[in-house]
Ligand binder design. Structure first.
Ligand code: IFM
Length: 443
């Protein structure tokens, strides 16, 4: 299974999860207040603020040619309207480091973390956020724009809002509940549009898009008609509300829709962060989705979810049919400390991407989440998504078998039965039924 020669092979990280020491962020205060599993703290995380270059070297050794990273707003603007030249210089060095290693950067401006001062002003539940976000973006564009070909203003806005306002697992101020969620999403959309126009005014050729957490929501096979109806509602809100709004300029909330100025068409590509499938029942029990799966399902660490590769093909198809834009897989990965599932996960998800490309869906690149284990938000260090294992105490890095597999894939632009035979033999009958291992590598 061969990929196009201009395909982008990447890994993805986010600033707060890897940099360490982000004491001006609302997440730092949230950790201090004891809101993470086992009281875990990010502390030095993967030590990127001091030494991102060590891991960029690993990304290059992996054979990748792209990396998705984010900028930490609370470092760049530690106080309202005060920008830190040293932080900007450090990001310039990191971005130059990407280019020097042949890693094309995709940069996210907001990945779940806010400056504390902004949180105190009500962040996305206050109108002031839009102007602040526009100014922050303008500063980044002015200082770093020459190094950034591809931008994502906001990572996973719907997930972020659900985690804050409905589940309460992410830092939030006074505001929770559905009303606050809708208001927050509305302001996030305004921020996205402000960033899009700011970037495009300075760099018309830059590509600006989304990174939406798109999952499969469906009724269990033995579910009722009501379950199926509810699954459709949940999917339309969770998967479609944000990209639909950017596409049409109309935001469909839970209680009706409203037209928004200057947002229609403010994306050049769809970024898909795909992880799993959720079964949905009506009436919902806790929250609005269930964590359940069939008896055969492969389930990742901490019951994060089932491994459901075909779901990636399904979300690609949905996004292409709705929006017709180029597509990047901006995240895809699995928490799997023992690397029990990841090799097969990689092969089978990439097979879905290959199949979509073969059917002429415009998939431009794939960014595996994540390059190395990092701080997994409210679940702290309990979930290990890295191709490379990290011991946060010693900062020791160890290649998991799937890192070696990904290197073979990135270097050869292929998936072969021989790779499956060596890294994930259980995939042979699934991906190459009837094949004898090794045949595809014969001349
Ligand atoms: O670690 C997160 C990331 O920050 C956003 N997408 C999902 C990942 C795994 O949960």
């Amino acid at each position: 299974m061969t990929f196009p020669p201009d395909f982008l092979w990447g890994t993805a990280t986010s600033a707060y999860q890897v940099e360490g020491g982000n004491a001006n962020s609302d997440w730092w205060a949230w950790e201090e207040a004891g809101h993470t599993l086992n009281g875990d703290r990010s502390r030095a995380a993967c030590d990127w603020w001091a030494n991102a270059e060590r891991d960029l070297d690993l990304a290059a050794e992996l054979g990748t040619n792209a990396h998705r990273l984010s900028l930490e707003w609370s470092r760049i603007e530690p106080e309202p309207s005060v920008f830190d030249p040293e932080a900007l210089a450090r990001y310039r060095a990191i971005l130059e480091g990407c280019h020097a290693r042949g890693l094309e950067p995709m940069v996210t401006l907001h990945h779940f973390s806010n400056p504390l001062w902004l949180a105190e002003k009500g962040d996305f539940n206050s109108d002031v956020v839009v102007d602040y976000f526009r100014r922050y973006t303008a500063k980044v564009v002015g200082e770093l724009g020459d190094l950034i070909p591809t931008w994502v203003p906001i990572n996973e806005p719907v997930t972020y809002s659900v985690m804050r306002y409905l589940i309460g697992a992410f830092p939030h101020q006074r505001h929770t509940g559905l009303g606050a969620l809708m208001e927050g999403l509305h302001n996030l959309l305004r921020c996205h549009a402000a960033a899009y126009h700011t970037i495009k005014a300075a760099y018309p050729a830059a590509q600006v898009g989304t990174a939406d957490n798109l999952q499969i929501f469906e009724a269990r096979p033995d579910g009722t008609a009501l379950d199926r109806w509810w699954a459709g509602r949940v999917s339309r809100f969770y998967n479609d509300a944000w990209p639909d709004a950017l596409h049409t300029g109309r935001f469909h909330g839970l209680a009706g829709s409203r037209r928004m100025k200057d947002i229609a068409g403010t994306f050049d590509f769809n970024g898909i962060n795909y992880y799993t499938r959720f079964y949905v029942r009506f009436p919902p029990r806790a929250g609005f989705v269930e964590r359940e799966w069939g008896p055969e399902a492969l389930v990742s660490d901490g019951d994060y979810g089932e491994v459901y590769p075909y779901g990636l093909y399904r979300v690609i198809d949905r996004v292409w049919k709705r929006y017709g834009k180029p597509i990047y897989i901006t995240e895809n990965g699995v928490p799997d400390a023992a690397d029990r599932l990841r090799p097969g996960f990689l092969l089978d998800h990439l097979r879905q991407v290959w199949q979509a490309i073969s059917f002429c869906y415009p998939i431009m690149g794939y960014y595996h989440w994540s390059l190395l284990d990092n701080f997994e938000w409210e679940r702290g260090w309990s979930q290990r998504f890295g191709l490379i294992a990290l011991d946060p105490e010693t900062q020791e890095r160890t290649w998991r078998p799937s890192a070696h597999l990904y290197r073979e894939i990135c270097r050869s632009y292929t998936l072969t039965d021989d790779m499956a035979a060596r890294y994930a033999p259980e995939m042979l009958p699934i991906m190459w039924p009837g094949a004898e291992p090794g045949l595809s590598s014969e001349p």
